[in-house]
Design a protein around this ligand. Structure first.
Ligand SMILES: Cc1cc2nc3c(=O)[nH]c(=O)nc-3n(C[C@H](O)[C@H](O)[C@H](O)COP(=O)(O)OP(=O)(O)OC[C@H]3O[C@@H](n4cnc5c(N)ncnc54)[C@H](O)[C@@H]3O)c2cc1C
Length: 342
């Protein structure tokens, strides 16, 4: 029986893969990718499947499931006199248990990224972010297998091309297979300054001040759970790929009246995709088919059970086109599309 992508994606969508390799060591990852490349076989690297929209026809090549493990710190215990701790994590390690471990071991700077599904190795791909933190703020380097040069490479953070939900890895799709990610983290009991207004309110602190990391993690998990952004197999509002559209970054004059506006250093302004979608007439729970907007979060397209990828794309197009007609702003999908277009 072929593996079916539906069983490996959080949207529970996607047809069969021609072949499947579950790689539990780095050598297995590289060997599987190299063998497929030498045979001219398409390759899809997958870990948690939480940011993927795969065609109902499936994938006509080899899926390499990255299931490597290991977390290495350069020293143990708290050492307030040193410059923090350097932690290297195998790509296949699940992200949220790593964040939990960081909070427990007093490693600062990942706590607001609690509750995000998927693997450590996928976090540099779109510079995962939430509640005012992004991995680019603490990531030191990424070690990859470069499929074009057929060799190992290490990119320092400054060479990763990080931006809002993007990186050089996302801009050059499929070329780099992430093997390990290294973080440089300060040590302490208090988290990084809380910059996100909603999180600061929940914690009862002024924006820009610090709070105990355990409190930050708890508050973030609570906020995310209320929005259906923590995976829960019995809650269809979480059968999603997280936010389906990124927040558009536009010229200041293009921001609609009343829309949230976050000025960017280059003079452009980021506005809220959720606001645009709601104002264009697509409220929470919108839709009457097997794919609907989450009842808890406007930005998540969710599988209510038995949906096909074509259903998801139909709703995504309806929303994208509705927003464009109303505001002349074209929303862009955040998840990676495999074998389909929007
Ligand atoms: C409920 C929910 C909430 C979410 N919330 C957030 C959020 O708050 N912030 C946020 O940024 N994202 C969020 N996401 C999106 C998603 O969790 C992240 O993008 C996550 O990093 C994807 O990890 P993954 O292992 O599941 O990647 P996958 O879905 O398996 O893959 C995603 C992409 O990364 C590539 N990839 C995966 N692993 C590797 C590797 N080792 N080397 C090279 N390429 C690789 C894949 O080829 C694919 O292109 C959310 C998703 C869900 C379902």
């Amino acid at each position: 029986m072929p593996e079916v992508l539906r069983d490996h994606t959080t949207l529970r969508l996607g047809g069969p893969a021609r072949s499947w390799v579950r790689a539990t060591t780095e050598d297995e990852v590289v060997d599987a990718v190299r063998r497929a490349d030498e045979a001219g076989e398409p390759v899809l690297v997958l870990a948690g499947g939480s940011n993927l929209v795969v065609s109902d026809e499936g994938f006509p090549g080899t899926v390499v499931e990255v299931a490597t493990t290991g977390v290495r710190a350069d020293h143990e215990g708290d050492d307030p006199t040193c410059g923090g701790v350097i932690v290297t994590v195998a790509a296949g390690e699940p992200w949220d248990p790593f964040v939990a471990q960081a909070v427990e071991r007093h490693w600062v700077g990942l706590e607001a990224l609690s509750g995000i599904p998927g693997s450590v190795g996928a976090t540099p791909i779109q510079n995962v972010g939430a509640y005012g933190q992004e991995v680019s703020q603490t990531l030191a380097s990424v070690r990859v297998w470069d499929r074009r040069l057929r060799g190992h490479r290490t990119f320092a953070a400054a060479d990763c091309g990080f931006g809002y939900r993007t990186s050089r890895f996302k801009a050059d799709p499929g070329r780099h297979v992430v093997l390990e990610v290294t973080f440089q983290l300060r040590q302490g009991e208090l988290g990084a300054p809380v910059t996100y207004a909603e999180l600061a309110r929940t914690l009862g602190v002024e924006p820009g001040t610090r709070a105990p990391m355990t409190d930050v993690r708890r508050a973030v998990l609570d906020l995310r759970t209320r929005k259906g952004m923590v995976l829960d197999a019995v809650d269809h509002d979480t059968w999603s790929a997280g936010s389906f559209f990124t927040n558009p970054v536009v010229a200041a004059a293009e921001v609609p009246d009343g829309a949230p506006a976050w000025p960017q250093p280059d003079g452009t302004v980021k506005t809220s995709a959720a606001w645009l979608i709601e104002q264009a007439g697509f409220g929470k729970g919108y839709g009457d088919g097997p794919v609907r907007l989450s009842a808890k979060h406007t930005l998540a397209l969710t599988n209510r059970g038995g949906a096909a990828t074509t259903d998801l794309l139909a709703l995504a197009r309806e929303i994208r086109d509705g927003v464009e007609q109303r505001f002349a702003i074209r929303l862009v999908n955040e998840p990676v599309l495999v074998g389909v277009d929007l």
